[in-house]
Design a protein around this ligand. Sequence first.
Ligand code: NAP
Length: 258
Amino acid sequence: MFTSINRHSVIVTGAGKGIGRGIALRFGLEGCKLLVVSRKLEGAAAVAEEIVAAGGTAQAFAADVTRQGDMEAMARTAVESFGSIDILCANAGIFPTATLGAMTEADFDVVIGTNLKGTFLSVSACLPAMKAKRFGRIILTSSITGPVTGSPGWSHYGASKAGQLGFMRTAAIELAPYGITVNAILPGSIATDGLAELGDDCIRKMTASVPMRRLGSVTDVANAALFFASAEAAYITGQSLVVDGGQILPESYAALEN
Ligand code: NAP
């Protein structure tokens, strides 16, 4: 479909499961060299093994996106192993719930620290290699929650995901002269382990609110990442793409009764 990104060096954070795993597998199928990153080595190692078993190139790396030293070591490892960093998918994120009144300062800090500061630290660590090559594709996993919608219990999460877009717009301007694009995917409700933890009742209601009447798959999101990584998207930067089966569209419940 697109110009090949075969042999591109790709880092995916939060790739031990869920959307990150889906992105890593998809880029693996395209012949990219993957650094599969998650906090726990086991998860990342299992995904890297899957890619290698399918004939691809992948290496696992354990790192916490909230730690600057970990992010610098991650970038160093990608360059040492694969020679460059062409694509960064800054995907690691958490979505615990707490309503205002019950939400503690620690609750707020851990969500902002992981989702927003983690984006800053992972992007910053990869910039020297991208700037040296005067090429880069940075793809953030944001969300519809925050930038477009709200949901009780997720004020901290929504702030972190909207914050990623504010970060992205200025980063896109600063990095454009270096041939680096920065774009974001805004997934709706995507079937992942993390989402399953919200419980069956919540999943059922989420599914019913989607015009396509299904949750998204990790491949739906990965395909959008592939587009932003492609040569065909070279002139697109600072933009966001909603991948949600129409979830943000209905004005009311009545709009879904067709
Ligand atoms: P998930 O199934 O819970 O997977 C999250 C991944 O992120 C895991 O590999 C986890 O690694 C990693 N991770 C978490 N904290 C980390 C940290 N501090 N440092 C490094 N890695 C860390 O989540 P998901 O549903 O795939 O979500 C992935 C991204 O998509 C998040 O940014 C989320 O906000 C966004 N998103 C998800 C949905 C959805 O419906 N699922 C919708 C919109 C946006 P370990 O297992 O090793 O801890």
